[in-house]
Design a binder for this molecule. Structure first.
Ligand SMILES: [Zn+2]
Length: 331
């Protein structure tokens, strides 16, 4: 390690990166690392095409942040999403290569507040900028599930699902625009133009939600996990989740019985499940209530098939709106 400290142009990051690699393979000794360092130096001295060299490397913790970075960054950035397609991002684990990606990125976008502890831990080892969106946005520690108060001093109690509120998504876009401009001031006008375009699309989406949910027979949505609290509050709905704020929190039988009573009393017609977690409990509840299930996508990630078919944040949000309208009997 001392060899690297004396040779490295960026000793802290190089040292950490080397430590990460050494931890993976005890066969890589100091000589091998020296050879690697020489190879890196040669690679760094080799001319690369201007366009590729200028692209800023952005690492986003999961889909909505990657979407915002791609839309605002355009051709000036290359975005890597740490959460694999079809995987659920709560408590994501990182591979050693992904830890290196986090260390080496020009910019890391994460939610923060313990949503993905492994990502946050890796980002703490960085020298470069990291944006923690939950801290950077004008969001108050809010409700747990639309109406229930939580202890605001408990960081884990903060509902992380801000991206499902189009108005908060506008704030995310603005924060991403600022972060990209900070690391690449020459791209300022392009970042602004692309962010303006996306903000306009999000404002139109917000308007469709306002109109679409303005006149409904019912206002209670029963979801798989409590991802829709911000959305529910924005548009005058109430949310009850079968699981809690994280999808792996299994409900106890008492909670299921209470939800069954509530759903019957409020004439709920649909229990919502989601694609990336097992629908088993939502199906059990639906059977108890005597209604069917439908999917509501919390946009925590898209599957490969969804991405191939051209779905993105905006189209999934419109799909969600159609399903909400059908379930709630909206005019
Ligand atoms: Zn979630």
């Amino acid at each position: 390690m001392r060899v690297i400290l004396t040779m490295g142009a960026r000793p802290n990051t190089n040292q950490r990166r080397a430590q990460s690699r050494a931890a993976r393979s005890t066969h890589i000794g100091a000589i091998a690392v020296c050879v690697l360092m020489v190879a890196f130096a040669v690679a760094a001295a080799t001319p690369v095409p201007a366009a590729a060299a200028a692209r800023r490397q952005v690492v986003a913790a999961f889909y909505p942040l990657a979407y915002a970075a791609e839309r605002v960054g355009g051709q000036r950035v290359s975005v890597a999403n740490l959460t694999p397609a079809g995987a659920e991002p709560h408590d994501l684990e990182l591979t050693p290569d992904q830890v290196d990606e986090v260390l080496d990125a020009d910019l890391v976008l994460e939610l923060g507040r313990n949503f993905q502890p492994a990502v946050e831990h890796a980002a703490e080892q960085r020298d470069g900028p990291t944006v923690k969106l939950l801290d950077a946005l004008p969001i108050k520690a809010g409700n747990k599930a639309g109406n229930k108060k939580v202890n605001e001093s408990d960081p884990d109690a903060l509902d992380p699902h801000v991206w499902l509120d189009p108005v908060s998504m506008v704030d995310i876009v603005t924060r991403v625009q600022k972060a990209l401009t900070d690391i690449d001031p020459a791209g300022k006008s392009g970042y602004r133009a692309r962010a303006d375009a996306l903000r306009a699309e999000l404002a139109a989406l917000d308007q469709r939600y306002r109109t679409g949910l303005a006149d409904c027979d019912r206002h209670l949505i029963v979801t798989s996990h409590e991802a829709f609290g911000y959305l529910a509050r924005r548009y005058g709905l109430r949310q009850e989740g079968v699981a809690g704020l994280s999808p792996d929190a299994e409900p106890d039988p008492k909670r299921l019985a209470a939800l069954t009573d509530l759903a019957k009393r409020e004439h709920v017609t649909v229990i919502f499940s989601e694609e990336l977690v097992s629908p088993r409990i939502a199906e059990t509840l639906a059977r108890e209530v005597g209604v069917h299930t439908d999917t509501l996508n919390p946009l925590e990630g898209l599957t490969n098939a969804q991405q191939k078919s051209g779905l993105d944040y905006l189209s999934v949000m419109d799909n969600n709106l159609a399903r909400l309208r059908a379930a709630l009997g909206c005019k």
